[in-house]
Design a protein around this ligand. Structure first.
Ligand SMILES: [Fe+2]
Length: 417
């Protein structure tokens, strides 16, 4: 490096001119690298005289031979070499600083809109693994008492040499970052500095996701309390809402719907009949069949659901699942007579889950169907009332096993195989 630096310096016209100016004809000077190769001047015409070394730290990088001007030229070149090296080091520091800022910014951008703790952990472990060249990265999250509550690790290999760093924000430790390597790895100061910066970014993201998660839980409890109010006012068997939510989520997972849609579906399934709050008591509680006016009023519940939810900003995207859960694939449903995939997927899923639970539950005016009969009904109306893909997913073995209703397994009182 120093050799290159010196060579580069001497190649500059202004430096060469300066050295030449300092060495008139009668005071010839020659600069050779440590292998004796000339970098400036001709050693053949330089008479023996002084030899002055040029150094970088403790290392000799060149020698200057010649007459009385040797010392002067050596002082000049040494000064130029030192200055150039300092400038390069400063440049490297600046580049490193920018790189660190960029990496930190990059991680911050990726984490910016992420509110799910598992997703945050995935981004943090993946990014740090790449940046640090680690074999494995793990995130350990703490509760307020400082006890480890969750551990997320990327799919890296086993590692024996670990570096652990706290993730802290406003003097509160939210967890630890663990970076491991199979072989003993010297982490340079700059690596640890970068890791500290990333740990700070990660701490912010985890704190945000945990606050969001608590908010979501409280909000969901509120939604469930609301759903319970509907159950109490209706002729449902208890736990209808919970089962519709459970069936809906199992179908969504089988269909491979994205995770953000699961939340929307869960809320919509819990609130699918919230509009019944607007249905007249005598119609809602009537034990026998409804007359045409009563039926028309009852059908209004999906529209009433929309009217109620549109006033709650956080539940706006839940409206399609609630409003359209009585639409049919053949367009003969209500309230809008939508067809096929014009009906929101959450509504198509809730429709199957709701119908199955209604069929397999006792009602004041009829007994529950057997599981076999209920499955047959779903298949019979697949493609007309129900979305065939949703029915297929619900009747699939994994979903049935997951829900414990496949293979004629009786899961709750009142169901017959
Ligand atoms: Fe309904």
């Amino acid at each position: 490096m120093a050799k290159t630096t010196l060579k580069r310096l001497l190649a500059k016209a202004e430096v060469a001119a300066l050295v030449r100016e300092m060495c008139p004809q009668d005071a010839q000077v020659c600069v050779c690298d440590q292998d004796g190769k000339p970098l400036f001047g001709d050693p053949a015409v330089v008479e023996s005289g002084h030899t002055v070394p040029l150094t970088e730290g403790n290392r000799i990088i060149a020698t200057i031979k010649g007459g009385d001007r040797c010392e002067t030229v050596a002082t000049l070149l040494q000064y130029l070499v030192n200055t150039e090296l300092e400038r390069l080091a400063l440049g490297r520091d600046t580049v490193e600083k920018y790189r660190e800022i960029f990496r930190s910014y990059n991680l911050g951008t990726k984490l910016g809109s992420c509110l799910d703790t598992k997703e945050v952990a995935g981004i943090v472990t993946g990014e740090i693994r790449n940046l640090m060249g680690a074999d494995v990265v793990a995130v350990l999250l703490c509760d307020d008492a400082g006890d480890i509550t969750e551990i997320f690790a990327d799919s890296g290999d086993r590692a024996e040499h670990l570096t652990m760093l706290p993730m802290a924000i406003r003097e509160k430790t939210v967890g630890y970052l663990c970076v491991g390597n199979r072989k003993k790895t010297e982490h340079l100061a700059k690596d640890l500095k970068l890791l500290t910066t990333l740990a700070r970014q990660a701490a912010k993201a985890f704190e945000k996701s945990q606050v969001y998660s608590r908010l979501k839980e409280s909000f969901y409890s509120m939604v469930l309390a609301l759903a319970e109010t509907i159950e109490k006012r209706d002729t449902y068997t208890s736990d209808h809402t919970r089962r519709v939510v459970e069936y809906s989520l199992a179908i969504a997972r089988r269909l491979g719907l994205p995770a953000d849609m699961h939340t929307r579906l869960e809320m919509a399934a819990a609130l699918h009949d919230i509009g019944k709050l607007g249905v007249r008591e005598e119609v809602l509680m009537k034990p026998g069949p409804l007359n045409s006016e009563e039926l028309a009023h009852m059908k209004m519940h999906s529209k009433f659901g929309e009217d109620i939810l549109m006033h709650i900003t956080a539940l706006k995207d839940v409206i399609p699942g609630v409003k359209f859960h009585h639409e049919r694939c053949d367009g003969c449903g209500y309230p809008d007579g939508l067809k096929g995939d014009k009906i929101d997927i959450t509504a198509r899923i809730i429709s199957v889950a709701d119908a199955f639970d209604a069929m397999t539950s006792d009602r004041p005016y009829r007994k529950a169907l057997s599981l076999k009969a209920a499955f047959s009904e779903l298949m019979k109306h697949s493609g007309t009332q129900f979305d065939p893909a949703v029915v297929k997913a619900f009747l699939s073995r994994p979903v049935q096993e997951k829900l414990g209703i496949g293979g004629h397994t009786v899961r709750r009182t009142g169901l017959q195989a």
